[in-house]
Design a protein around this ligand. Sequence first.
Ligand code: FAD
Length: 402
Amino acid sequence: MQKDHYDIAIIGGGMVGATLAVGLRNALPDNVSLVVIEAVAMPDESLFVDAWQPSYDGRSTALAEGARGIFEGFGLWQSVAANVEPINSIHVSDRGHFGMTRIHADEHNVPALGYVVDNSWLGRVLLSEVQQAEGIEWLCPVKVKSLIPDPEMMTLELEQGKALTAGLVILADGGRSGLTETLGVDVDVSDYGQKAIVANVSPARHHQNVAYERFTDEGPMALLPRAGGDCALVWTMPEIIADERMQLVDEDFLKELQDRFGYRLGRFSKVGERFSYPLSLRQSREQVRPGLVVLGNAAHSLHPVAGQGFNLSLRDVQILAQVLADANQAGKQLGGLDTLLSYVESRKLDQQQTIGFSDQVVSLFSNSSAALAGIRNAGLLSMELLFPLRDWFARQAMGLGR
Ligand SMILES: Cc1cc2nc3c(=O)[nH]c(=O)nc-3n(C[C@H](O)[C@H](O)[C@H](O)COP(=O)(O)OP(=O)(O)OC[C@H]3O[C@@H](n4cnc5c(N)ncnc54)[C@H](O)[C@@H]3O)c2cc1C
């Protein structure tokens, strides 16, 4: 039953908001009240895979090795792991050039470099946990229309006409509902002029748990191993080309993919439903205010080339849950600015490094100039030859870089 006031309100039950809810419920005592407000109705469990929901759609996510530890800490890994495919090696290449490198898990003393999970599965695990947990109120479908800050608490106006208050609001709305803007939080957006086409594809050969990262003159593409031998394709390209390719019949789409990717996995025979996403680097200039934290894609959304966006947010979630638990134990207000600033401070370096790493990979590998192609090849060749360089790249990709 909806109350009038909660200690913590999370706006958005997507991948980030739902994970935080579970993390907070574990970290805080039962007397701290917690609500998650999600705008879009979640499909019935049995319909999950086919139904559309913004966070748990037809994509797959590459979870870095570091993410496994965080899910373990929240008691979620066992359920997530029931349906993941490990990445045992990463093969990086540049179309039309010699340079390539391979990164193997055993070289880095980890069981896997990462794990590929369907977003629909992650959604099923996270939401059943959130909905079943005692002490998490789940309001859905309920849209937050506006947020009104007061010195003591935040007022959340709901589209259905009701309102509630919270001592601390976590804004995990993916950054698309306009709430950050209405609060006057400035957002830096730099448009990559690219779109990602995402689909599941069936190659003739089994992927053997290899993730392929291939750079082309149009932009990077990734083929991630899925359970059963299929691959999850994330193919980035200029917007105009993406719009054309989205219109192609399956056969012609697969021909173009084959031409760009080559025959490492044999012939592609089938492509599932295609989705396309415009790509930009979006960073909120403020992540905290008294009584407010901006989290997940609302705080920073990255190019998917290096598969870092959700992994970075998971590390934010882990630290935020810890900082709030410590503050609560010390008898401090959860929405107090000092507490929230200490969270931001401890996340600064990782966020800067991860965003910088993703952005530089995009700039270096989405350019057709001959000079940059030379640098790329030199880079990939030296990575193949020099273990420390390969180790550095692998640690960034695994979310263990810092
Ligand atoms: C093509 C592509 C591939 C990617 N691959 C990877 C990868 O391999 N690895 C990786 O780490 N990351 C990857 N990412 C990034 C990852 O998808 C994002 O980091 C993640 O989805 C962010 O989740 P979120 O919960 O912050 O936002 P969202 O997923 O956008 O969820 C926001 C939620 O808030 C709800 N909401 C919005 N407004 C309101 C409101 N007013 N009231 C109530 N609820 C509201 C929405 O309905 C939604 O459920 C990829 C991204 C893309 C585009």
